[in-house]
Design a protein around this ligand. Sequence first.
Ligand code: PLP
Length: 363
Amino acid sequence: MEFVDLKAQFRAYQTEIEASIKEVLAGSRFINGPQVEKLEKALAHFVGVSHAVACASGTDALQLSLLAHGVGPGDEVITTPFTFIATAETIALAGARPVFVDIEDKTYNLDPAGLKAVMNPAVKAIIAVDMFGHPAAWEELEAFAAEHDLVLIEDAAQSLGAIRGQRRCGAFGKLAATSFFPAKPLGCYGDGGMIFTDDQGLAEELSCLRNHGQRRRYYHEMIGCNSRLDTLQAAILLAKLPHFEAEIANRITVAGRYDQALAGSFLAPVVAEGCRSVYAQYSLRSPDRDRLLSGLQEAGIPTAVHYPVPLHLQPAFAGLGYKEGDFPVAELVSREIFSLPMHPFLTAAQQQQICKALLAQVG
Ligand SMILES: *Cc1c(COP(=O)(O)O)cnc(C)c1O
């Protein structure tokens, strides 16, 4: 059994994916080929924004977002301690200071109630994450960012296809970063990322920054970097995109089956009113997590822990001076959280096997 079954996905779309790859090989425009712009247009439309800028990874999408706003030494950026390292790593790499705010106990997203206490004139931006594919509290985050004149960045690496109210993830804040890492809800066959925004000037600057600061070849207007999305990866994503809505529907079905089978023994992941989650992970909690997971391992069920150590307690961020107890919700969730296999091709029979093995552990 696979935690995320990419082989089953490839078998399902093999003909289209291979045709799409062959087209790139025949055209041989491996960098900035026509498929890249086609994908940008298609995904901007999918998300509901006017501009999309493809780049080399989700991490780069965050990095470019900070770079475009001149975030650097002396600046502070508010974010969550319960996320993948990239969210805060890019802040530090830009030379700015990550300032953590604790999470909500139900959605595991940045709790807007904690923002006020950390505000000071050095704060330039907020990066909030749609954890596990569930949208953050964007109405409150947007109101706070507007009131304090902060750049609001959505880390939508796990949430492409999720919905909050009338809007889709990728459309919140001033700009949003997503990832096409293979195991993400919409994954390519290597690294890839994209930035979404409604700001045309910003989109132009971002597309310049990702390509060595040049609009015209060998005329460099600004200091940029090399962070382009490979044409091959764009072609693979174009072949997968027509299936994405059906995959999301399957993810929701899979989550519903888990919810039902495990009710009574585990609290199902919360989906807030008016939201659609894409279940980038199907995550549960148990104070007895480590024992449960070794039992599942013995039964041949793959599991994962996203994430075992909150960022403020990671050695890489020791220099920030945080200590145990600073973010009690993030710390508790990190101790209890675990994820079950989740992908659109998971069968009811496989889920029965998983749930039986899990329920056998709780007795
Ligand atoms: C995966 C992920 C990233 C980084 O994306 P890459 O494409 O792997 O660089 C950033 N933030 C979050 C929340 C992620 O899950």
